[in-house]
Design a protein around this ligand. Structure first.
Ligand SMILES: NC(=O)C1=CN([C@@H]2O[C@H](COP(=O)(O)OP(=O)(O)OC[C@H]3O[C@@H](n4cnc5c(N)ncnc54)[C@H](OP(=O)(O)O)[C@@H]3O)[C@@H](O)[C@H]2O)C=CC1
Ligand SMILES: CC(C)(CO)C(=O)C(=O)O
Length: 310
């Protein structure tokens, strides 16, 4: 298959590298020294189990991406408008678009930015990966899971085909008949982890070890799950406890990418994490005081009264 990667950072570079190693024809949209390195040496992928280098094509010109069977979108939320025209062009030429960003409004935003709705799958990934140098990405977690599914629900051949390619390439990949539930489950976890670690400027371990830290995380998770349910997403009973149990399994030194972005002093995804919980909560009549606070404290643009239903 030919697969375009829009955003060859931690997530895109990692899964693109796996697919390239498995023999797929991978083309990456990249820029700067990263682009030069990808062109010269291919992508180097480091993992806890070892490292490999795989050949990829790379370009900074969307029109040079060519035709693709799939376009994996893996930029940060704040870069979505920059790569949406490339996703749109690829989709109009037959590609299925698979976004792997964190957030519950990614598909909606891509469609608003002109990507044909019927070309977009829902998707998410559970992994800890980063770009660690030009042409080099590293996976830190043992977890490397992708979940894909039709936005309208149900399974499909096109979702199964990319999941199967990812599985054969070495990732854990599954198709969900209810991708909205999966995306919101991941979102309730990551928005809460990002808010807690961002507010405390701390990796997860020291927070989880203290009773007030666990109280903070519990409140964040409950707010996010309440918003999901108020919006008709069928998170099962006990979801909050299940997410909180998952927190207890995380490596103590784990930092969410939002905290890494805060530490780097660059833009963050706060408006697509706590900011989205806050805005969607307001739209749905659910109080979200802790996510509201995190949005304000972590430099979120937040929402205006019109965006939040007046
Ligand atoms: N990293 C992780 O472990 C996980 C991340 N996620 C989510 O996945 C998404 C991607 O995260 P992550 O991989 O960490 O992000 P990264 O910042 O590592 O990767 C994004 C990449 O997109 C590139 N990019 C952005 N705009 C353009 C452009 N116009 N042209 C070419 N390249 C561009 C960036 O390049 P440049 O550096 O030049 O800006 C960067 O290499 C986020 O939504 C994140 O929350 C989800 C699960 C885990
Ligand atoms: C799972 C985790 C915390 C991995 O880095 C993540 O999704 C993120 O940082 O965005």
């Amino acid at each position: 298959m030919r697969i375009a990667i829009l955003g060859a950072g931690g997530v895109g570079g990692y899964y693109g590298g796996l697919l390239a190693r498995a023999g797929h024809d991978v083309v990456m949209l990249a820029r700067g020294p990263h682009l030069d390195a990808l062109r010269r040496r291919g992508i180097e992928v480091r993992t806890p189990e070892g490292a490999f280098t795989a050949p990829v094509q790379a370009t900074d010109a969307p029109e040079a991406l060519g035709r693709a069977d799939y376009a994996v979108v893996a930029v940060k939320n704040y870069s979505l408008p920059e790569v949406a025209p490339a996703a749109r062009a690829l989709a109009e030429d037959g590609a299925v678009v698979l976004p792997l960003l964190n957030g519950v409004e990614v598909v909606e935003r891509l469609v608003k930015l002109g990507v044909p709705a019927d070309s977009v799958l829902g998707g998410l990934t559970a992994i800890s990966a980063a770009r660690v140098g030009p042409g080099v990405v590293e996976r830190y977690s043992t977890l490397q899971r992708v979940v894909v599914g039709e936005v309208a629900g149900g399974v499909s051949e096109r979702a199964e085909r990319i999941a199967s390619a990812l599985r054969q390439a070495g990732a854990e990949a599954l198709v969900s008949g209810d991708i909205a539930v999966e995306v919101w489950r991941k979102f309730a976890f990551i928005a809460s982890m990002a808010a807690a670690c961002g507010l405390a400027r701390s990796p997860i371990g020291p927070l989880w070890e203290t009773a007030p830290g666990r109280l903070l995380i519990g409140r964040l998770v409950r707010e996010a799950v309440a918003v999901a349910r108020a919006r008709g997403v069928a998170l099962p009973e006990g979801e909050e406890e299940s997410i909180l149990r998952f927190f207890g399994t995380l490596p103590p030194d784990m930092k969410p990418s939002l905290l890494l972005d805060v530490e780097a002093g660059g833009p963050t995804e706060i408006d697509d994490l706590s900011g989205a919980v806050s805005r969607l909560g307001r739209l749905s009549g659910v109080e979200t005081p802790v996510h509201d606070t995190a949005t304000a404290a972590l430099g979120g643009r937040g929402w205006d009264e019109a965006e939040a239903g007046g």
